[in-house]
Design a protein around this ligand. Structure first.
Ligand SMILES: Cc1cc2nc3c(=O)[nH]c(=O)nc-3n(C[C@H](O)[C@H](O)[C@H](O)COP(=O)(O)O)c2cc1C
Length: 186
């Protein structure tokens, strides 16, 4: 393989696209795409890791409420997600697009009816580095399209059924389901 190269600062990372749902102090729902999202564990529970840059409305809402929903973006939802990422709740309601919102089943967070996979998240801890804040969140409730089986650790879950948008500077969709852990051992 011949590689191209450049020094230093680069952010390529294969990222899932979620719409983070929050309420403001007036009870207005706001959604924004966040792709800096991952998972870790404290040894007892999984923690969903969500990182936000700058002074966006979503970050301010999470600082106030300590809660958010994370709604996986499926390919048909991309026009909505693109719109929500091109506007800030700091400039008023994002009502240029119509979409159905429900209250969370466990937490007081707005969730998107169209999303095939939804987390309700409670912030356990946050860490600020420069202009970014990273929230470590306990998943309090998880919902998935009934076509998909919700394995204990995510194994057995065929991601292609969720048809997620994958981001890495541009939008992509997912290819094939290749198997599970151990399928490739000799
Ligand atoms: C594809 C995509 C991915 C994004 N990922 C992030 C992210 O991971 N973290 C972040 O802070 N902002 C991210 N943004 C930017 C916010 O979505 C954007 O600033 C939005 O307008 C914030 O809205 P709000 O002010 O209503 O929260 C992303 C935007 C797009 C379009």
């Amino acid at each position: 393989m011949k590689r191209t190269h450049r020094p230093g600062n680069h952010s390529m990372c294969v990222q899932p696209m979620f719409l983070i749902g929050t309420y403001d102090e007036n009870g207005n729902a706001n959604f924004a795409p966040i792709t800096w999202l991952s998972v870790t564990s404290d040894g007892e529970r999984f923690l969903i890791v969500v990182s936000m840059f700058g002074d966006k409305k979503t970050r301010k809402n999470v600082q106030k409420t300590g809660k958010m929903s994370a709604n996986l973006v499926s390919v048909p939802m991309l026009p909505l997600a693109d719109y929500l990422g091109s506007h800030s709740g700091n400039d008023g309601r994002k009502d240029g697009f119509s979409y159905a919102v429900s209250k969370g089943k466990r937490l007081d967070v707005p969730t998107l009816d169209e999303s095939p996979f939804v987390y309700e998240l409670a912030v356990e801890k946050s860490v600020t580095v420069g202009q970014s804040e990273t929230f470590f969140c306990r998943p309090e409730y998880v919902e998935a399209d009934e076509k998909v089986s919700l394995g204990e650790m995510g194994s057995g879950l065929d991601l292609t059924m969720l048809n997620p948008v994958i981001y890495s500077g541009d939008y992509h969709s997912l290819g094939r389901h290749l198997g599970t852990i151990g399928d490739f051992l000799p």
